[in-house]
Design a protein around this ligand. Structure first.
Ligand SMILES: Nc1nc2c(c(=O)[nH]1)N[C@H]1C(S)=C(S)[C@@H](COP(=O)(O)OP(=O)(O)OC[C@H]3O[C@@H](n4cnc5c(=O)[nH]c(N)nc54)[C@H](O)[C@@H]3O)O[C@H]1N2
Ligand SMILES: Nc1nc2c(c(=O)[nH]1)N[C@H]1C(S)=C(S)[C@@H](COP(=O)(O)OP(=O)(O)OC[C@H]3O[C@@H](n4cnc5c(=O)[nH]c(N)nc54)[C@H](O)[C@@H]3O)O[C@H]1N2
Ligand code: SF4
Ligand SMILES: [Mo]
Length: 885
């Protein structure tokens, strides 16, 4: 029977409410939940495409031991036994869990309890170390707790929104849309974007400050000095609620504009304008994300920002405050359960004996960890050098996402015992596991997540568990029980875990700790199933209510005051003579992390189908790299091969490469292989956005593009990248040598049945070769080769996989690689909801559609999720500028 279930999107930290509908035939569709206070019905491109990522293709459906299918009992017994033996022989610190901000709070709680309370080590760290740990550290230095003071509404209420190190348009698209809508209704509202490159987010900015990499501390220290000198500081707030102002001011007071300009690469006029705008606008929100966190000075950047808000008392009031945008759906929940190696559950501090004692008593823990454990980068070092001998990796793919990724892979490969819990059977990490445990994925599992504004929402199951997959919390609790802790891990449902977590948050709290959801300590299954999204805190005996922190002080340092932190403005330049470029890494609009889920969607894969490097035209010229050429990028740690995307949006001297591509989708796209294991000294967060590299043009003898109905197998090319496409797959290729037998190559790679003859065409002079294989009217595969990057119209070629080729003419058109009359090439996909390509948009612009709205009316592009609206605006601007020249 058809049913509708309210749940929460599993992607970014905006935490949008989703209504999933399963119809009578079992097919799933999703829409935004109009009642959810994060999105009020909106969804972005990734959220809208959720239903396309739920197929069982590639899923891990049974436990495996050493590559063979095993039963749950056997697998769990083995995990429990190997962990127990390793601990008995080498002590509790010889084992570790590496978990994820994509776990649900209940999973995370059980993992943390098992490691820190019962195994007796704090060697549990999470991919949030790579994501949020600088924010956590900065919050704790300033506030005495890891508290996000404000709410999303503040972005709408502010008169100035500063976005620094955040590509909100692509990474938090629904929040970006809320901001864009607020700005459209109140045009006097100002937006400043601070990012070395001009991202899509900059398109709504009144001011884009393309600062030099990692010069944020200098910029915000300069702002702090300006605020102090111009009299914009709030002396009452400073004296009533803070400490350390004088020291922090002393650290910045000598900075003059000339020096700041040299440090940040911004002109004095830009600095003056920004400082003045901030000074004269009371309602300011400063949002920040990975351009701030992922840095060797990440924690200092966070404190430099917070200093400016504390100095002006602009915190915790409507439309005001520093705002850390969390990345993963449950980055915040993970912090609440103490998933980081240097935290305890319920925002308690592992380094405080009273806090340890409290948790010990609450859990009845026999072996509460007495000191912080190893942070991610150090954890994998300890795996590499043999200190850690048993490792359980859950809901994260470190072979792709950790810095020094090749070394991380080698460490995992060498580790005596590795357990991986994932939803997929083959990931770059899972292939090295001794034991593979099949987890439930989104739509199958039940639990809670906390979004960036402290709002706890339910994820609810609406699909049956596939195969023998089981929830992550259950796997952990089973292992806990089998290690002899049956009472502590007797939970029978996520509701019971949540109730215990809520009870701990309220235990001996009395308002002394920020995180308190004691109101839910006695929640039963029915109430849990019914739980509406609510913001914490919600102490025992209170009703949910929206509140902000710190407008009236009340910080969590012992004296109740916030700390100013004196931070060093010097900028360390990593690029050098041998490695002259700064490699910056991050995200694209339609892919999620290591692509294990979004890589399944043809629609999402059509936006950007291969790994690329954004490079400034002058740098491209220096390197003799033309558009669509391939580039080799190298650091002392590793190398990658990616497509060149020449654009003035990139700053000279910098390259931007997405973090997403893994070994399943590209030959050499794992960019973290190049990123050194350099971390922030306070937070331990890797500096993934400032890597010294060199770049060269990648020379190939032949370039290719192919489409194939079957997934390409065993592609032996110097460069390849595959992507899902409607009706099959698309493949980009480059070869160091010409092949002697291209037909045989195609037969093998595209699984062409014997006896199927290609139609083809070669031009020996130009080196062009086209081959197309048909099964009756259906295209099986087509390969287009040239000695230069192939210029065939990609989306047109892809669409041929689903077209029927009744007459020989259209088959030859495929082989010729040219759309016939009446078959226009739509161009690269811009709007993934309606599959509208760039060529269609430029044609509409030529026809007089000169606004995003007009394009929407003509082509529907941008009218559903809206994630592509910034790009459409960019295309319009580009076309109109070109026409004006
Ligand atoms: N589409 C999509 N959305 C996502 C994700 C995804 O994988 N795909 N992942 C989610 C997760 S887990 C996270 S953590 C968030 C991340 O969200 P964001 O932090 O917004 O995304 P990034 O692209 O990693 O980096 C943001 C920007 O920081 C800039 N930057 C680089 N160096 C500096 C610097 O020194 N100073 C400043 N001020 N800026 C700099 C980069 O140029 C980049 O544009 O996105 C979440 N949302
Ligand atoms: N160079 C560079 N590196 C980066 C970043 C960057 O900006 N630049 N960003 C960093 C950041 S902010 C982050 S958050 C990380 C993200 O990096 P990862 O966490 O490694 O990336 P994901 O692809 O999200 O990995 C999640 C894994 O969990 C699996 N999975 C999905 N659902 C479930 C489930 O319910 N249970 C279980 N057990 N498994 C599941 C997926 O199949 C996938 O294998 O990358 C970091 N690495
Ligand atoms: S903004 Fe998009 S990815 Fe993020 S939670 Fe909302 S729908 Fe999901
Ligand atoms: Mo993240």
């Amino acid at each position: 029977m058809a049913c509708e279930v309210k749940t929460t999107c599993p992607y970014c930290g905006v935490g949008c409410g989703v209504i999933a509908r399963v119809d009578d035939e079992g097919s799933v569709s999703v829409k935004g939940d109009p009642e959810h206070p994060a999105n009020f019905g909106r969804l972005c491109s990734k959220g809208s495409a959720l239903a396309e990522t739920l197929d069982l293709d590639g899923r891990l459906l049974h436990p495996e031991i050493g590559g063979r299918r095993a039963g749950w009992d056997e697998a769990l017994n083995l995990v429990a036994r190997r962990f127990a033996e390793t601990i008995a022989e080498h002590g509790p610190d010889s084992v570790a869990f590496y978990v994820s901000g994509q776990l649900l709070t209940e999973d995370y709680y059980v993992a943390n309890k098992l490691m820190k309370g019962f195994i007796g080590s704090a060697n549990i760290d999470t991919n949030s170390r790579l994501c949020m740990s600088s924010s956590v550290a900065g919050h704790r230095r300033a506030f005495g707790s890891d508290t996000v003071p404000g709410a999303y509404e503040d972005l709408e209420l502010a008169d100035l929104v500063v976005l620094t190190g955040s590509n909100l348009a692509w990474c938090h698209p629904v929040l970006y849309q809320r901001l864009a809508a607020a700005k459209a209704s109140r045009p006097e509202m100002k937006v400043v974007v601070i990012d070395p490159r001009r991202t899509m987010t900059a398109d709504i900015a009144d001011m884009h400050l393309a600062l030099a990499p990692d010069s944020d501390v200098a910029l915000f220290n300069g702002l702090f000095a300006h605020l102090a000198v111009s009299g914009a500081v709030d002396q009452n707030y400073i004296s009533a609620h803070t400490r350390g102002f004088a020291e922090a001011f002393a650290a910045v007071s000598a900075l003059d504009l000339a020096e700041l300009s040299a440090l940040t690469g911004l002109s004095q006029a830009q600095l003056r304008d920004f400082f003045r705008l901030f000074e004269t606008t009371e309602k300011v929100v400063t949002c920040y994300s990975q351009g701030v966190n992922q840095s060797a000075s990440g924690t200092d950047k966070v404190n430099a920002i917070i200093n400016c808000h504390l100095a002006t008392g602009r915190i915790g009031r409507p439309g005001m405050g520093p705002f850390s945008l969390t990345g993963q759906p449950n980055a915040m929940g993970g912090r609440e359960v103490g998933g980081l190696a240097n935290m305890l559950a319920a925002h308690l501090d592992i380094e405080k004996s009273v806090h340890r004692d409290l948790v010990r008593r609450f859990w009845g823990a026999p072996a509460l960890a007495g000191k912080p454990g190893l942070k991610a980068v150090d954890m994998f070092r300890a795996v590499a050098d043999g200190r850690i001998k048993a490792l359980w990796i859950m809901a994260t793919n470190p072979v792709v996402s950790m810095p020094d990724a090749d070394a991380v892979e080698a460490a995992i490969r060498a580790c005596p015992f590795v357990v991986v819990s994932d939803i997929l059977r083959e990931t770059d990490t899972a292939r090295h596991a001794h034991v593979l445990l099949p987890s439930l994925g989104w739509g199958e599992k039940d639990g809670t997540v906390t979004n960036s504004e402290r709002r706890i929402s339910r994820q609810r199951a609406f699909l049956d568990a596939p195969g023998e997959a089981r929830p992550d919390w259950w796997q952990l609790a089973e292992v806990g029980r089998r290690m002899g802790f049956s009472q502590a891990f007797a939970h029978a449902s996520p509701a019971e875990v949540f109730a215990e977590h809520a009870a701990l948050s309220g235990f001996e709290n009395d308002g002394r700790r920020d995180f308190d959801i004691g109101a839910h300590a006695a929640i039963d299954k029915a109430a849990y199933d019914d739980l509406k999204p609510f913001q914490w805190p919600q102490p025992r005996g209170t009703q949910p209510r929206e509140r902000r922190f710190f407008a009236e002080g009340g910080f969590y340092h012992a004296d109740g005051r916030a700390s100013f932190v004196a931070v060093d403005a010097s900028v360390s330049r990593r690029a050098n003579d041998t490695y002259p470029y700064t490699l910056n890494t991050g995200r694209v609009r339609d892919h999620w992390h290591t692509m294990t889920r979004t890589g399944k969607s043809a629609r999402l894969s059509a936006h950007i189908a291969e790994p690329f490097a954004e490079i400034h035209p002058r740098d491209a010229e220096k390197l003799a790299v033309a558009d669509a050429d391939l580039m080799r990028i190298e650091s002392p740690y590793g190398r990658a091969i990616v497509r060149a995307l020449i654009t003035e949006r990139q700053a000279e001297g910098s390259l931007f490469v997405p973090m997403h591509w893994n070994d399943q989708f590209a030959s050499k796209g794992r960019i973290d292989a190049l990123v050194p294991p350099v971390t922030d000294p306070v937070s331990g967060q890797p500096a993934s956005k400032n890597v010294a590299v060199k770049a060269t043009r990648f020379e190939a003898r032949a370039y290719g593009f192919a489409v194939s109905a079957e997934k390409p197998q065993g592609v032996d090319a110097a460069y390849w990248a595959i992507a899902r496409a409607e009706g099959g797959w698309r493949l980009e290729l480059a070869f160091a040598e010409q092949q002697a037998d291209w037909i045989g190559w195609c037969r093998r790679v595209f699984s062409i049945p014997a006896g199927t003859e290609p139609i083809g065409y070669t031009d020996r002079q130009s080196g062009e070769l086209r081959l197309a294989f048909f099964d009756g009217e259906r295209l099986l595969a087509a390969l287009f080769l040239a000695t230069r990057p192939v210029a065939v119209a990609r989306n047109w070629a892809v669409s041929q996989l689903r077209a029927s080729h009744t007459d020989l003419g259209t088959r030859f058109a495929v082989a010729a690689g040219r759309p016939g009359a009446g078959r226009e090439d739509p161009g690269a996909t811009v709007c993934s909801c309606f599959s509208v390509g760039v060529n269609q948009i430029t044609a509409a612009i030529r026809d007089g559609c000169h606004s995003v709205q007009a394009i929407g009316e003509r082509l529907s592009a941008g009218t559903n999720c809206g994630s592509c609206r910034a790009e459409i605006r960019g295309i319009i601007d580009g076309c109109l500028a070109a026409a004006a020249e």
